[in-house]
Design a binder for this molecule. Sequence first.
Ligand code: PLP
Length: 453
Amino acid sequence: MSPDSASTRSSSRVFPREFDHELPKAVRGEGIWVIDSEGRRYLDASGGAAVSCLGHSHPAVIQAIQRQAALLPFAYSHFFTSEPLEELATLLVDAAPAGMDKVFFVAGGSEATEAALKLARQYHLERGEPRRRKFIARRQSYHGNTLGALAVSSNPGRREPYLPMLMEVRHIAPCYAYREKRTDESEEAYGLRVADELDQAIRELGPENVAAFIAEPVVGATLGACPAVPGYFKRVREICDRHGVLLILDEVMCGMGRCGTLYACEAEGVVPDILTMAKGLGAGYQPIGAVMAHRRVVAAIEDGSRALMHGHTYFNHTIAVAAAVAVQRTFKAENLLENVRRQGARLKQGLEERLGNHRHVGDVRGRGLFLGIELVQDRASKRPFDPALKLHARLRDAGMSEGMMCYPTGGCVDGKRGDHVILAPPYIVTDREVDEIVERTGRTIDRALRGLP
Ligand code: PLP
């Protein structure tokens, strides 16, 4: 039989993400649970990838989608604005840090990053500084998988095959106190030391050449829910201002209430020039991302060419924005950000009690319902597991066997980071479900590590 024969291969016509890994078939959602075609139930402890912040069956969002679909599914943004679009923009801008002025909507996080980079470039062009086209980002960051977003990201596995196609970006150190803070320095001193790498990078590149610095307030996929130490982002803001460099904060994963405030940067006391969001914005009910701009960025365009040099067919998509309005209203109606703070504290405490003395748990960190557990081979030296063990895949499979979705990331690539498990349950999670997540996470980690050296 020819090796190309269809009978040697899966009958599914879906291009799989992994050829060797067959997935269960999801058929329905019930609160924070997903049920597969065999009737197995999975507790969604990671909201997929920090997406499903209202669980999987919220009637308010479902109704909003149905209503908009019946009224008008799609009004092309070159011709029309729409009521849900105007309402969503107002809700988001009114709740944003002072100065954030206007917002537009795209179809996801990578698109939001692309648009943010292009907006930063346009800002400088409008102001007569065409040389400003370089971007600075951080190592161990992830901003998306399209070519521009991948260029600013520093996820080696995803970048490497495409390196010759990526624009050159300067990457500086992340703010990663667990591994990088020296024992003889305070958190504050550490934060200022790493933030000052930005100043140095800008000076080396020449401030007149630098467009923007991009960073996640709380790093998700590449550092396992790692917040910066207090003061870090204030210093970053000062440095950007000093050199006329824009600050882009990527809140695709950590924003929209995930960390207990609608915008993660509220906790840093810092206002960016450009802010991106996605995931929790549509809560998984619709694919949607957003780019919000400070009034000084808007003014440069308003006083200049008067037209945004960016757009896609599904820009400001009508059903997507209607769903996102319902998400925002639900946050308020059910006081969900308060629940994020309360259940986040309960989850963190539960994890610390259950795993605090585990010999392979190096760190439990995070903010709100965005928590990360860093796994290490050896706690004292913080030595990560050998990446060849593919611990992240073992963790995912172990979680599914325990009837739970968790989000394992990382894998040592440079001897400097471990494997992480991100927990990001829906904001509607209850006390009992939080306790269940703690228990299943403990069992998942033990199952994944079973038999390892
Ligand atoms: N930015 C951050 C911080 C992310 O975590 C992600 C995705 O995980 C992205 C951007 C890309 O978003 P998307 O996968 O929706 O394109």
